[in-house]
Design a protein around this ligand. Structure first.
Ligand code: SF4
Length: 200
């Protein structure tokens, strides 16, 4: 049963409630996993992805599949360093299932995104991140209001008191990285991330 308090004072209680959230299922949306998120108090860098995939849904841990491996390769971090550095959440947190066409995963609907925004807003408020990696076009649109991925990769944005750096989705499904100019944009974005992570 979904429980949402009017206020949260600790990440432990926020995560406890988030991990059993069924708000979308209760609203009639088909979901194929329980919520997936991972993070600890004290982490000041956050990754906001789009939604977990099938592997993440099974393991109930973010970034476990092939896209996660690519993201760690981009960031030049092994698994231990990656999960130690980043508080990992997403725009929606339950695996939405396969797209009816059979090609890829079903994109979350605006209704599901609106229901899940509650958790993201509380994460941002309690974590108070210094750096937020915004991964994928949908996340960039929902979190930063950016509509054109190509123009925003390689730039920094403000998200409250945090620096936000958009990244393309590492699944590679879009073919965006086939363009050499886009690979240069990604290299610029990753240089920004390294610079922000190294900042005192
Ligand atoms: S996607 Fe978000 S709001 Fe919907 S059931 Fe999962 S955790 Fe809850």
């Amino acid at each position: 049963m979904t429980r949402r308090r009017s206020s949260y004072r600790s990440l432990a209680s926020l995560q406890r409630d988030n991990r059993v959230c069924r708000a979308c299922a209760e609203a009639g949306f088909p979901l194929e996993s329980l919520p997936v998120l991972e993070g600890r108090p004290g982490q000041r860098a956050m990754i906001v992805g789009q939604a977990p995939g099938i592997v993440e849904g099974i393991e109930r841990r973010p970034w476990r599949g092939r896209a996660g491996a690519t993201l760690r390769r981009w960031l030049e971090l092994d698994e231990a360093a990656f999960y130690a550095a980043f508080y990992c959440v997403s725009i929606t947190r339950c695996y939405p299932g396969r797209h009816p066409s059979g090609r890829g995963d079903r994109p979350a609907t605006p209704g599901e995104i609106a229901l899940c925004r509650f958790w993201l807003d509380w994460d941002l408020q309690l974590v108070q991140p210094r750096l937020v990696l915004v991964v994928g076009g949908l996340a960039a649109r929902r979190l930063l209001g950016l509509t054109r991925l190509t123009e925003c990769i390689g730039a920094r944005y403000r998200l409250g008191d945090a620096v936000a750096v958009p990244l393309p989705h590492p699944s590679g499904a879009s073919g965006w990285l086939n363009e050499p100019a886009n690979r240069e944009r990604l290299a610029s974005a990753l240089a920004l991330v390294r610079e922000e992570l190294a900042a005192p």
